[in-house]
Ligand binder design. Sequence first.
Ligand SMILES: [Zn+2]
Length: 111
Amino acid sequence: MGIAKAAGESGCVLLEKDRLFNVLLAHELFHAVEEQHADEIYTRTEKVELWRKPFSNRSSIACLSEMAAMAFAGELLGLDCSPYMLDVLLVYAYDKEAAWGLYEEIGELIC
Ligand SMILES: [Zn+2]
């Protein structure tokens, strides 16, 4: 199933061609700005300690960047629905089972 078919079947405005393009463009715009400010932006400077001493390793949190990029897209475009829905909807277009699994996993986290 292609994105256009998924858009038609779901009725989700996020999957409309122009809107989807703008959301993804805004998302990538955030990453471009993030890259220019990598040494000062929270999504890059926040670290978690993966192991305790003496083998300490501080790692960045990759999902922060993706969450911020989608939040930025939502604010920039004034979306009235969450662009995080695309995480499930875009997967649904090529793997329904994986999309449902992701949907259920998200549901468990927010309930
Ligand atoms: Zn991204």
